[in-house]
Design a protein around this ligand. Structure first.
Ligand code: PEP
Ligand code: MG
Length: 358
């Protein structure tokens, strides 16, 4: 039902023959993935797994984070992995035999901690208290959490590879891309990659197949300025990189991405200091310059590295034009913006050929 009207499909088809830039979608569920594919997405560029644990499934993560001992953690992880295998099966069925980037958990801790006084017992309360942070967006997020709970990413990765086995039996053959979030040190990536590889080995061994038969790549988000500057080092481990321009913008400017209407930005835009919010339009001189450095450094080390962008900018035409100019392989945006992204990518290619800006 998401399919555009036939006339628009025709125009989008023309755009597809022109554009260089790939267009994928951000989707967390099988349903979103199906919508994205109907709208012309060539794959899923970002599945935010933490979104699969909001609402009533929140205890699945909370039990891992607040586990009293290794045995309680193991039980909590088993429950989490079982739920994830089902989530991933649905996602892979919705995506079909296309690339799908699954990002391992990037939970800012505060979203998963109980309110003070609601942890259950005094010990859990104490553990929760220890984990509370003044700046959770700069705290134990993403890969940092995985290094504290070193069974967490393996549990997710095993669920993903297990789901791949399940859908393969149905004739669906997705290309898996396992993505590590909020990396700022190459060592974080190598540690997480080791966990993912071990998970692939374990699943393959249990299924009696060679691990080389599991089609997966490991990659890193580039969403801290340090990761952008060290993209060459990351590329020694990463087979793909994806620019997370929401965090990269936040961390480059030091503007909070979360504050309602980003009031701090208003005077800048109203006073003409900034033409647009950098969260909406990729900033060519700042965030864009970091991306350009990262692209050069990553390709110098691994010329065939796949490079994408999955922040909100991936659906903004002016930002798409910049992505084309920087030579990225694809952008990934919310499913509803896929048709516009296809058109904008084609416009960018035409403009570049004619030596003008669109
Ligand atoms: C980003 O930071 O741009 C990104 C895609 O990740 P998230 O929005 O989930 O932090
Ligand atoms: Mg991010």
């Amino acid at each position: 039902a998401a399919r555009p009207p036939r006339e628009l499909e025709t125009v989008l088809g023309w755009a597809d023959t022109l554009r260089k830039l790939g267009v994928r979608a951000n989707a967390d569920t099988g349903r979103d993935a199906r919508t994205a594919v109907e709208l012309g997405a060539e794959g899923i560029g970002l599945c935010r797994t933490e979104h699969q644990f909001l609402g009533e499934r929140l205890p699945l993560i909370r039990r891992v984070i607040l586990a009293a001992d290794p045995e309680a953690e193991r039980r909590a992880l088993d429950a989490l992995a079982e739920a994830q295998r089902e989530d991933f099966r649905e996602l892979l069925r919705g995506t079909g035999s296309r690339p799908v980037t699954v990002r391992l958990l990037d939970a800012p801790m505060h979203e998963f901690l109980p309110a003070p006084g609601r942890a259950g017992d005094a010990e859990a309360e104490e553990r929760a208290e220890e984990l509370r942070e003044a700046n959770p967006m700069l705290g134990v997020r993403g890969v940092r959490l995985a290094l504290l709970h070193d069974r967490l990413y393996p549990a997710q990765a095993e669920a993903l590879f297990g789901a791949w086995l399940d859908v393969r039996a149905e004739g669906v053959e997705p290309e898996l891309e396992v993505m590590i979030p909020l990396v700022s040190l190459p060592e974080e990536l190598t540690a997480a990659a080791r966990q993912v590889r071990a998970a692939a080995e374990a699943v393959a061994a249990r299924a009696g197949i060679d691990v080389s038969a599991v089609p997966y790549r490991i990659g890193s988000m580039v969403e801290t300025p340090r990761a952008a500057l060290l993209a060459g080092e990351l590329a020694r481990t990463a087979q793909f990189l994806s620019f997370g321009t929401n965090d990269l913008t936040q961390l480059t400017y030091g503007f909070s991405r979360d504050d309602v209407e980003r009031r701090v930005l208003e005077p800048y835009v109203a006073g003409g200091l900034l033409a647009a919010s950098p969260f909406e339009r990729l900033d060519a001189d700042g965030v864009g310059a970091l991306i350009e450095i990262a692209v050069q450094r990553a390709r110098a080390v691994r010329p065939d590295i796949k490079l994408g962008l999955c922040g909100e900018h991936g659906g903004d035409p002016a930002s798409i034009e910049l992505c084309d100019r920087l030579g990225l392989d694809y952008v990934s945006c919310s499913p509803g913006r896929v048709p516009v992204a296809r058109l904008a990518a084609a416009q960018a290619t035409c403009a570049a050929q004619e030596g003008r800006t669109p």
